[in-house]
Design a protein around this ligand. Structure first.
Ligand code: AMP
Ligand code: ZN
Length: 432
């Protein structure tokens, strides 16, 4: 399984994280079904955007991309995304890219242009357009040339750059290779890295829908053109996160980062939960109220889970098979979540069995419930530190006659599965 990873030229926005959470769900479902998953994700650390912005900041490409790579790795940890077997950096795989381009030249699918760049000849690859549905014969009249930029529109299909001859804007970013002095195009990076680490035929390839054209169309052309084998069995593309019904994107400047979420004191896992509440195939509109609502739901779930006590019983096979069925139905996470709520409320199941089944579901959902046990020391039966702290704050609020705050704190305590009673001897805290 291969996932197109981030272009490390800025903080990814939370729309990007929908792509990685969606890939994480596919992977977790496969693991849950006992498949062995070999998952590779790349880091695009050389392309038009990384070069442009590293120069703007006056940093070397390496220093610049390393910073954003580190931030990305922190974020995926916050989102409980299982790291891939390996992250592959484009700059570590230049030799593989040159080899692949050389093969395409040998097979007559690529050619050199006057400036020393190498282009893919889309007319020579008979299946060009099979993923995105673009047709060479339908292109605009003036779109019959070639394009050096990495990103372009569907109605502008052209021969695209595999190897870009050095130009002054690249500054000190170049490699001296048998293809000349230059750097790879973005599309060849993913073909070369996926095949170098997973072989010529992959089972699954993931990314957002905006990558279908041109990126994935071009990956197919490059990979199948060079090997003659079917490159990918299943493509899975997640739909967009929108803001005010427009795609969240850097260029529209309508984006939020995971830092924005954390700075507002919202648990990043609430964002994961929010993503799972929609099918990966539907567009979802982001707003803060919806995220806050999801955070409340997550807290309620945590509270219900903690209230189940320390015993771990048997996994309910009935629930497990329903859960698998729902996820097996095109990864229907919204219905998998609704089953989780059914389970949490099911009085016919003992607390200990419920706990075991919820933890089992969480192997796929990844809402961090297992860690909660450690964080809030639910197993020992002691009142967790967080609850004690909230209760102390509440006592202080009552002393100050700030009853609004004390009520708020009581609700918060309740949402975590505890209740606080006022007795003549002071507050008493119990599990709900
Ligand atoms: P990039 O770093 O631009 O290559 O994007 C990383 C991933 O995020 C790709 O799989 C994109 O398709 C995906 N992506 C970009 N914008 C959005 C969005 N608004 N909603 C969902 N996925 C997105
Ligand atoms: Zn890619």
């Amino acid at each position: 399984m291969y996932t197109c990873g981030p272009t490390v030229y800025n903080y990814p926005h939370i729309g990007n994280y929908r792509a990685y959470i969606s890939a994480d769900i596919i992977k977790r479902v496969l693991m849950y079904e006992d498949f062995k998953v070999r998952h590779i994700m790349n880091l695009t650390d050389v392309d038009d955007k990384t070069i442009r912005d590293s120069h703007k900041e006056g940093k070397t490409l390496g220093d610049f991309t390393e910073f954003y790579t580190k931030e990305f790795l922190k974020d995926i940890k916050f989102l409980n995304i299982i790291p891939p077997l390996r992250f592959t950096k484009a700059t570590d795989n230049i030799t593989e890219m040159v080899k692949l381009i050389t093969e395409l030249l040998a097979r007559g699918l690529a050619y050199k242009s006057e400036d020393g760049s190498t282009y893919f000849n889309i007319r020579k690859f008979k299946n060009y357009g099979k993923l995105s549905g673009v047709a060479i014969e339908n292109q605009k009249e003036n779109a019959s040339g070639r394009i050096k930029k990495d990103e372009y529109e569907k109605d502008n299909i052209q021969d695209f750059a595999l190897w870009k001859a050095w130009d002054p804007e690249d500054g000190n970013v170049f490699w001296e290779t048998s293809l000349g002095k230059g750097r790879p195009g973005w599309h060849i990076e993913c073909s070369a890295m996926s095949m170098a680490h997973l072989g010529a035929e992959l089972d699954i390839h993931t990314g957002g829908v905006d990558l279908i054209f041109p990126h994935h169309e071009n990956e197919i052309a490059q990979s199948e053109g060079a090997t003659g084998k079917q490159f990918v069995k299943y493509w899975l593309h997640n739909e967009w996160v929108l803001v005010d019904n427009k795609k969240m994107s850097k260029s529209l400047k309508n984006f939020y980062t995971l830092r924005d979420i954390i700075d507002k004191g919202i648990n990043p896992l609430a964002f994961r939960f929010w993503v799972l509440m929609a099918s990966y195939r539907t567009k979802v509109n982001f707003n803060w109220d919806a995220l806050l609502g999801t955070e409340t739901a997550l807290k309620r779930l945590q509270g219900l889970y903690l209230a189940l006590g320390p015993e771990l019983g048997e996994i309910s096979e009935r629930y497990r098979s329903k859960f698998k069925k729902r996820l097996g139905d095109d990864l229907d996470t919204p219905r998998a979540l609704s089953l989780l709520w059914d389970l949490a409320k099911d009085e016919k199941i003992s607390n200990s069995d419920k706990k075991a089944t919820i933890l089992d579901f969480d192997k796929v959902l990844g809402l961090g419930l297992e860690n909660l046990k450690e964080d809030l020391s639910a197993q020992t039966g002691e009142t967790p530190e967080e609850i004690t702290r909230l209760a102390e704050k509440r006592e202080e609020a009552r002393r100050n006659k700030d009853f609004r705050l004390s009520d708020e704190l009581r609700d918060k305590i309740n949402s975590l599965g505890y209740e606080v009673k006022d007795t003549p001897k002071g507050q008493k805290i119990d599990k709900i």
